[in-house]
Design a protein around this ligand. Structure first.
Ligand code: KG4
Ligand code: ZN
Length: 344
């Protein structure tokens, strides 16, 4: 009998479950995305997300379990992402995990979704990625952490307004691109000149802080597209070259901020590794420019595999680290939607 873990993820708009062995082998995995439900609103609608999770959570878990060819008896525990995330979405995954833990008489382990994004960088590697600076760049987060071990970490800094992925999504809407905007915008950017428009790099030159700010950049893009004062515009009427140049220049401004601040954090905390996860870490330009910068500065870089950058349950393998330490939770485990600043 292989000891394995059932991990459940429902923090935002992906319903996911995975069955993972102690040595990180994925025996079963299922992800139900909700893009088709949110695209007409050009963003995730929390109430719709929660209702969709409710419909999908049990079939998704069932599929992962069947694929794994294991039975509940083989499970060492049930892991579930309890924070941070959308409150309604978190509660669906947590309730399912609690119900199954009770029915199958299994322990439950709550995990931090943001730390799981960082943990994903080390999956499949022989050596540990800790200690490191962990960097999560997604639709909800642009956060830097000093990670001493998988379960012991401190928040360093993050965005003071929009997350990087959120800025990608909102600028994509301004450019008339489909939801989710990040992948569509980066495709359009391939046809543009990243140096053509000098968009601002907010806080990049402020060496006294490691925070990010993207709302001013977003406004600068809006003014470049439509001028000041206009409430609506037809982005598709822009010259194709200008549209691509705006996309490329905006993407470059974001990438400069992400690369600059994360390297600054590595230097400040005196670690040798940088580990990057979250949806925006799937961005090709970001991956390639960060790799070049880390090579130049002799920083060991681990970016999660593209399929592990966006939300998934496989990264819930983080729970094994808590199981090894005997850190189980009880059935009064609660969802904590906000960002935590410290973990142990
Ligand atoms: O980690 P994730 O799946 O969900 C959150 O926890 O937010 O990240 C989703 C975000 C979205 O904002 C999406 O536009 C962005 O990641 N994203 C990208 C790319 N792929 C996904 N942004 C830029 N370039 C990409 N290739
Ligand atoms: Zn995420």
């Amino acid at each position: 009998m292989t000891r394995c873990l059932l991990a459940i993820e429902s923090t935002c708009d992906e319903t996911a479950a995975a069955v993972i062995t102690e040595d990180g082998k994925i025996l079963g995995e299922c992800i139900a995305t909700q893009t088709e439900l949110h695209e007409q609103f050009q963003g995730v609608v929390p109430e719709i997300a929660a209702r969709a999770h409710l419909e999908r959570i049990l079939p998704v878990i069932d599929t992962a379990m069947q694929q794994s060819n294991t039975s509940p008896d083989d499970l060492a525990a049930i892991a579930v992402a309890t924070h941070p995330g959308l409150p309604g979405s978190l509660l669906v995954g947590l309730s399912a995990a609690k119900g199954l833990a009770l029915a199958w008489r299994k322990p439950i382990v709550g995990i931090n979704h943001v730390q799981a994004h960082i943990y994903a960088c080390g999956m499949g590697l022989q050596d540990s990625i800790f200690p490191c600076v962990g960097f999560v760049v997604s639709g909800g987060h642009t956060s830097l952490y000093h990670c001493i071990s998988p379960t012991d970490w401190n928040y360093i800094a993050g965005t003071i307004d929009d997350a990087a992925g959120e800025a990608f999504d909102k600028v994509a809407v301004m450019l008339g691109l489909p939801f989710p905007g990040g992948p569509a915008l980066s495709k359009l950017a391939e046809h543009g000149d990243p140096k053509s428009i000098p968009f601002p790099r907010p806080l990049l030159d402020d060496k006294t802080r490691l925070d990010f700010s993207f709302s001013g950049l977003k406004t600068a893009v809006r003014y470049r597209i439509a001028g000041t004062g206009k409430q609506s515009w037809n982005a598709l009427a822009l010259a194709p070259e200008l549209r691509a140049n705006i996309a490329a220049s905006f993407q470059q401004a974001i990438v400069d901020c992400l690369v600059g601040k994360s390297l600054q954090a590595v230097k400040k905390f005196g670690v040798k590794r940088l580990c990057v996860g979250g949806g925006v870490a799937a961005n090709r330009e970001f991956r390639s420019q960060l790799t070049q910068a880390c090579n130049r500065q002799k920083i060991e870089l681990h970016i999660a595999a593209p399929e592990l950058c966006t939300d998934n349950a496989v990264m819930g393998a983080l729970a094994w680290e808590k199981i090894k330490l005997g850190q189980f939770d009880t059935l009064d485990l609660d969802a904590k939607p906000g960002l935590l600043r410290k973990g142990q």
